[in-house]
Design a binder for this molecule. Structure first.
Ligand SMILES: [Zn+2]
Length: 460
């Protein structure tokens, strides 16, 4: 749960860390942790794909010249002794589940690079596990108490593990912490042995925080960076830290005022993302259409159109303590100023392509400082750019909270493209704020309607 970056710590980061350090991650050693089952249950052990080795070294401590990759460590100390043979295959299976979770999160093919060692066969799972997982005794581990991740990092560093192109997934066979820690080495350590916790700590090593939990307390995402206890998927909204569809797009990886922008899909520890396969979530918008991050405050939002009663601007900045309440996914949002004389329609100008007979779901985050009502609309167009029909959602009374709204429908016969709109009925005069748009193509078979789940799971 914790993340600590001694090496990269700045004054701004230190402010954010005070918040993170407050949620303690202490848990007793638990090698048989339960696997997360949201948005749906993972495959049984026998059906989890074996990730395999991106590279194989004769000396796992010397990775110079090798591809960037993850070294998996079984860490033990004298309290329980070395139980490597008891646990090595379970650890390998959890690492395979981490890889499955990343790949299954979206309709892109992307995987974790794993480092293996020579000296083991490659046929059976027992050989693979032993090539993948290296045992290490933590000499200064605390007997009868909790051993922190910095002690583990110091030990690996002293043992001579490579620091230039390796990160470390460490499974602690003692009372340790679920923690991401970077000093000379970057280690993702946990004594809760399940794929959700390890994936969560591993993503922290890319300096990603808790998916804006502090900004959206009432609407925690179904995201492994928010709720790794039951969730395995990575950034279902494509707007916090991960967008494999547009690797040049970057996102604020922590709440204001943390300055870092990044996209996990570009991490050297992962294979490049390749379109397209089947997975949980996807998005047919561009990063700008989703986040409005490219434009300056007060300006006109690129990629959006308004018609009828209202006008648009990129939300002007507030004071620091208002920013996190105003901007959902970064620093920018769109403000619609509704006028009473007519229905107001705010649209994504570009119309993504659709396939007749398939379901699409439009998500958007909306908030207002006053009160008013809007509905969401999918407008279907044929190949000649003529409107076929509208699919309207119900009228929502907006609140001061960043709730996520959605409407879904099946594209009608003849549909070639769809326009996304937020519609305010006439007779109202108020302002509402728009952010976090997404057009989900519900083309998989893993959830009830094939669409990604709505946000808003309660805190466990
Ligand atoms: Zn965490």
């Amino acid at each position: 749960m914790l993340v600590r970056f001694k090496r990269f710590m700045s004054a701004l980061v230190a402010v954010a860390l005070v918040v993170l350090m407050a949620d303690t991650a202490h848990a007793d050693f638990n090698p048989i942790g339960s696997e997360p089952d949201v948005p749906y249950v993972q495959p049984a052990d026998a059906n989890v794909p074996r990730r395999g080795c991106a590279t194989t070294l004769s000396d796992p401590k010397n990775a110079e010249g090798s591809v960037p990759a993850v070294q998996v460590i079984y860490a033990w100390h004298e309290e329980s002794g070395n139980r490597y043979d008891d646990f090595v295959e379970r650890i390998a299976k959890i690492v395979d589940r981490v890889d499955w979770s990343l790949d299954e999160s979206t309709n892109y093919d992307q995987h974790v690079n794993l480092s293996c060692r020579t000296g083991y066969g490659t046929s059976g799972y027992a050989d693979y596990a032993r090539a993948l997982v290296v045992p290490e005794k933590i000499e200064n581990g605390v007997i009868g108490g909790e051993t922190a991740a910095d002690v583990v990092e110091d030990d690996l560093e002293a043992a001579g593990y490579d620091h230039t192109n390796r990160t470390y997934m460490v499974f602690e066979d003692f009372d340790g912490t679920a923690e991401a820690f970077c000093e000379v080495l970057c280690v993702a350590a946990t004594d809760d042995w399940d794929s959700g916790t390890m994936l969560h700590e591993f993503i922290h090593l890319f300096d990603v925080d808790h998916a804006k939990v502090t900004e959206t307390v009432l609407h925690e995402d179904t995201d492994v960076m928010s709720t790794q206890w039951h969730t395995w998927q990575v950034d279902q909204e494509f707007n916090n830290y991960y967008d494999p569809s547009e690797t040049t797009a970057t996102f604020y990886t922590s709440a204001y005022p943390h300055p870092r922008k990044a996209n996990l899909a570009t991490w050297s520890m992962l294979t490049p993302p390749v379109c397209c396969d089947v997975g949980y979530s996807n998005d047919l918008l561009t990063a700008q259409e989703r986040t409005i991050e490219a434009d300056a405050p007060h300006g006109y939002p690129t990629g959006f159109t308004v018609s009828g009663g209202g006008w648009l601007q990129v939300t002007p900045p507030g004071t620091d303590n208002q920013v996190s309440a105003r901007y959902y996914d970064g620093r920018r949002s769109l403000t619609a100023n509704v006028q009473a004389w007519a229905e107001g329609i705010v649209s994504v100008t570009r119309r993504p392509q659709v396939t007749p007979g398939q379901r699409y779901k439009f998500f958007v985050r909306l908030t207002t400082a006053t009160s008013g009502g809007v509905k969401l609309r999918l407008s279907w167009y044929n190949a000649s750019n003529a409107l076929i029909s509208n699919s309207d959602g119900s009228l929502h009374a907006l609140t001061s909270d960043w709730a996520e709204y959605n409407v879904s429908a099946v594209a009608p016969a003849g549909a070639a493209t769809v326009q996304l709109s937020v519609v305010s009925p006439s007779g109202q005069s108020f302002a509402y704020v728009v952010d976090g748009l997404q057009l989900n193509h519900c083309d998989n078979t893993r959830t009830t309607d094939g669409c990604r789940l709505d946000s808003g799971l309660p805190t466990p």
